[in-house]
Design a binder for this molecule. Sequence first.
Ligand code: NAD
Ligand code: ZN
Length: 364
Amino acid sequence: HIVHVPLGERTYDIVIGPDAIGSAGTRLKKMFPGARFAIVTDTNVSESQLPRLEASLSAQGLAYHVIVVAAGEASKNWATLNTVVDGIIAARLERNDIVLALGGGVIGDLAGFAASITRRGMDFVQIPTSLLAQVDSSVGGKTGINSVHGKNLVGAFHQPRLVLADLSALDTLPARQFNAGYAELAKYGLIDDAELFFWLEANYRDIAAGGASRAQAIAKACAAKARVVAGDEKERGNRALLNLGHTFGHALEKATGYSERLLHGEGVSIGMVLAYKFSARIGICPSQEVGRVEAHLKNAGLPTTLADIPGDLAPTEALLDMIAQDKKVSRGKLTFILTRGIGQAFIENDVAPDAIRAFLEDMR
Ligand code: NAD
Ligand code: ZN
């Protein structure tokens, strides 16, 4: 499967294949003649997937340098960014050389941002190895790190030149991480494509088992994201729909310290169900549809309620503060992605904090 992301002179392809890493060397050699490469990866992926990429580059006689950072969200910080940038410079990569981001969303965001600022902007290629990265973060050009004030507050729009999504990389991905990525996949159906959501329901078994529907599901997700991004690259309008479930989700991630207690995709799963439940509560979304969404996510091994989060949850007032600090807020009112049903999400800029406070109290 090849999905095209049409963005004028920043247009690129997403190649989804069973051995996209194995054929990376050939593709990269053809696309970037004479270039040298810096592979940025993390301590997990360097064990499971890096050897395949190194073999593929070596077989084509391509020169590369490897930069390994600690696995986990905590690496999206200034110190690690500094290490990556200096690593690229120390390897004597020139402006026409290429950064390869091999890993999950953390590596894609970090390495992409490093590429955007090193030597005033180097090209980079996304080689996503987690499901979340393959269906979401590797596409669309958002790169960055976290600030002490919150997630993704420092960054740049920097589109990759190419995305290589390798299906067999998912074989070494822990099941919990796979499920978390599945939440972002289901999100595209929930936003504006009920057909896709019903198709996911019908094909879930095969997708989870690694059957032929898995590649199709990833391609459908990439096509959905490409369409939204092509229509609104810098998030001045409809791209915000991709934040469905994320305003609640980010607050829950923050409240649990960005830890193993709650993965990003798990926060998004709970957040999407909360967005659907809130929409039902204000009378705009049929409650059977909320039940159907919750049942599917649960079936996919995902948490769907606040009670599913292990340990004590921060008080409602603290959660509300975190929601208000999230960047999707204006003039004392909160911005939420709400919905009129499956595949009918919309941006609501006028949500009263009091309504969310009362809702969260009831949900605990
Ligand atoms: P991650 O990069 O931390 O990967 C999850 C875990 O899986 C890590 O421990 C990683 O080492 C491991 N892993 C990845 N691939 C593996 C493989 N093939 N085999 C074995 N282990 C593997 O997290 P993620 O869930 O991929 O991404 C989450 C991040 O993505 C968050 O920081 C989020 O903010 C960001 N994100 C960005 C965008 C965007 O548009 N830029 C969109 C969504 C999410
Ligand atoms: Zn997300």
